[in-house]
Design a protein around this ligand. Structure first.
Ligand SMILES: [Zn+2]
Ligand SMILES: [Zn+2]
Length: 268
């Protein structure tokens, strides 16, 4: 069964195309499930539309959900359209985000850390003139956040768990116990991580997470799923077959999808 649980569209201000175009591409490719998971608004900010180039306005969230639900009905019988969201994880706003999500019939919620130590991960400036000592601290802080996001049990899927390598590939080679500590908590909390193929569009190349981390995930018994993180319809299900083959080679036998926030395991 072919699926993709991570897609965006024009609302976030940095992706192209309408939701319908992503669904049509998925139908064309023979997918059985297409998950729509645009970036959550910044619910913790006072202004309605904080950083319009990153995420939709708070006031737009309801119509986002309505549009996906409408398309879910419209495409019934052709493809299963799933209602998701890629939520930021801000520990200080856990309750606030939980309270918003409670009101909507999500199939799943992806929790992603995009900001650590006060800076966006994809802000190239933060990585300039970084010493090795600073990089170790950056990595530890980031994996503590990943660990906290798992422990919160707010999310069905943890998004791109080594995205800090996106604009600073060298950080992937820094060894710290914080990574294994995070995997232990992910396993305990039943978190599912995505194999997100959008790393190939960044400086680091490859996927999030990289193969060695997928091996660690397997060692700790952390389940996996697939997401292209498409920001244009043409990237829907990008590398799906390669990911499936790689996971099998690593010893995985199944991967997961979600419907009405219930985990469903599919054979690889
Ligand atoms: Zn995005
Ligand atoms: Zn993301």
């Amino acid at each position: 069964m072919k699926f993709d649980l991570h897609t965006h569209h024009h609302r976030c201000g940095h992706a192209e195309g309408h939701i319908r175009e992503y669904i049509d591409e998925a139908v064309k490719l023979g997918l059985e499930f297409i998950g729509i998971s645009d970036h959550s608004p910044f619910f913790g900010e006072e202004v309605d539309h904080f950083k319009p180039w990153v995420a939709m306005a708070k006031s737009e969230f309801h119509s986002y959900v309505e549009e996906v639900l409408h398309l879910k009905r419209e495409y019934q019988g052709k493809i299963h359209v799933l209602l998701g969201v890629e939520s930021d994880y801000f520990p200080e706003h856990e309750t606030l985000y939980r309270d918003v999500y409670r009101h909507y019939p999500f199939d799943y919620i992806i929790g992603s850390v995009h900001v650590s130590n006060g800076y966006d991960l994809f802000n190239r400036k933060r990585w300039e003139r970084m010493t090795e000592q600073q990089a170790i601290i950056e990595k530890e802080v980031y994996y503590q956040l990943i660990q906290m996001s798992a422990k919160s049990r707010m999310f069905d899927i943890l998004g791109h768990i080594d995205a800090l390598k996106g604009c600073y590939p060298e950080i992937a080679h820094i060894k710290t116990e914080a990574v294994d500590d995070a995997f232990k908590v992910m396993a305990e909390s039943g978190s599912v991580i995505e194999v997100n193929t959008s790393g190939k569009t960044k400086d680091c190349g490859g996927w999030y997470p990289s193969i060695d981390l997928l091996e660690r995930a397997r060692f700790y018994g952390v389940d996996v799923t697939f997401g292209s993180d498409a920001h244009e319809p043409a990237r829907v299900a990008d590398d799906w077959q390669e990911v499936k083959n790689t996971l099998k080679t690593l010893g995985y036998q199944e991967w997961c999808i979600f419907q009405s926030r219930q985990k469903r395991k599919l054979a690889l």
